[in-house]
Write a protein that binds this ligand. Structure first.
Ligand code: SF4
Ligand code: SF4
Length: 181
């Protein structure tokens, strides 16, 4: 009995020392003592690598826009505000604002645009000091010659196959024949 309790005592002591050592090993890694690559970035001096598919600030090309308001209607949180004068081909867009205090970055507005003049870029730094400044004007003359990049295009899902036409049930025909007989 005494041997077993001594053995259990030393096993527990060893387990305690081992788990403490493992914990410290992980902690020291984050302190860069073991020459591991640091996981923190000295932002804003060092910018993070943005992953493909990231959805950030909108790019809007006024020169392509047909003022159809499809994007505005598609937005689930009504954070797009377009100021349009006139109708149809004579419509002029005076202002195109997106409120980033509400935007979900869902991309529905871009998908709804029939002329690909709106898409989400990889610009992530949208912080502002006051809430009102989050509603940003998207009209930028520098965008005049921009076109939607390949990666921003949303592949349209293939059309579902037409359901096969079911053959007419023969029951009616048979019933009709029975009636005649
Ligand atoms: S990304 Fe979504 S939430 Fe943001 S403006 Fe477009 S539709 Fe609205
Ligand atoms: S859906 Fe496209 S074309 Fe229509 S108003 Fe919006 S940005 Fe302009």
């Amino acid at each position: 009995m005494a041997t077993n309790s001594v053995r259990a005592y030393f096993l527990a002591a060893f387990d305690g020392i081992y788990t403490t050592f493992r914990g410290m090993q992980i902690t020291l890694k984050y302190l860069n003592i073991l020459r591991e690559r640091p996981i923190t970035l000295q932002y804003p001096d060092v910018k993070p690598d943005i992953q493909p598919g990231y959805r950030g600030k909108h790019v809007y090309v006024k020169e392509l826009c047909i003022a159809c308001r499809m994007c505005e209607r598609a937005c689930p949180v009504s954070c797009i505000g377009i100021d349009i004068e006139g109708k149809g081909k004579n419509a002029i867009v005076h202002s195109y604002k997106v409120d980033y205090a509400k935007c979900l970055f869902c991309n529905l507005c871009s998908e709804a645009c029939p002329v690909d003049c709106l898409w989400l870029s990889q610009e992530y730094d949208l912080s502002q000091y006051v809430r009102a400044a989050c509603a940003m004007e998207m009209i930028d003359p520098a965008n005049a010659n921009l076109r939607i990049p390949e990666k921003a295009k949303v592949a349209k899902p293939p059309k579902p196959p037409k359901p096969a036409v079911a053959p007419k049930p023969k029951v009616e025909e048979e019933q009709g024949l029975e009636g005649k007989l």
